[in-house]
Design a protein around this ligand. Structure first.
Ligand code: HEC
Length: 153
């Protein structure tokens, strides 16, 4: 009897571990023809993520313009506008659908923009921030090569 309850306990722990793994590591995904991983989200979640993405692009555009004009104050405002500090945490329902790599890279990218704003505030020149911006943009290109979004409802 005791042995049976031990076995049941182990099975329970395994089930919980697998569920945690599915929720926090794998996310709600499927592989698609072009080699990317599609993340399955609701229409509303897709709309929200894509709006955040366009905000990224708009701010990057302002940053590049500021580099051209050697205007580090405007550069810093554009960078901190997409930093982690100003970002609201995504809803729990969305968090569990996103693969860990997506979450990590998303957070790192926002955080990198906070650091970039700090660099500009502390007197870094246009060339130095341009170099750093190009490194951050490797995250944009890598993530786009790796993932796409698919609305389920
Ligand atoms: C954590 C992953 C990730 C990072 C980092 C990321 N993106 Fe995206 N982005 C995506 C995904 C996924 C899509 C949807 C692509 C699809 O479904 O084909 C997307 C879509 C977009 C779109 C299209 C928006 C629309 O309305 O269709 C733009 C623009 C964009 N990203 C810009 C950027 C820029 C600029 C950066 C870097 C500063 C960036 N993204 C960083 C994952 C990411």
């Amino acid at each position: 009897m005791q042995k049976l309850s031990w076995i049941l306990n182990i099975i329970l722990v395994l089930i919980i571990a697998i569920m945690l793994y599915m929720f926090f590591i794998v996310g709600n995904v499927k592989q698609i023809e072009d080699g990317r991983t599609a993340i399955l989200v609701t229409k509303e979640e897709r709309v929200q993520i894509l709006a955040d993405m366009r905000k990224f692009l708009e701010h990057v555009q302002t940053m590049v313009e500021s580099i051209g004009e050697d205007d580090m104050a405007s550069f810093s405002t554009a960078a901190s506008g997409v930093g982690l500090k100003q970002e609201r945490a995504p809803a729990a329902a969305l968090i569990r659908k996103l693969p860990i790599e997506f979450k990590t890279m998303g957070m790192q990218t926002h955080e990198a923009f906070d650091n970039l704003a700090k660099m500009a505030d502390e007197g870094a020149g246009a060339r130095a921030v341009a170099k750093e911006l190009s490194l951050i943009m490797e995250n944009c290109t890598y993530c786009h090569e790796t993932f796409r979004l698919e609305a389920q409802n």
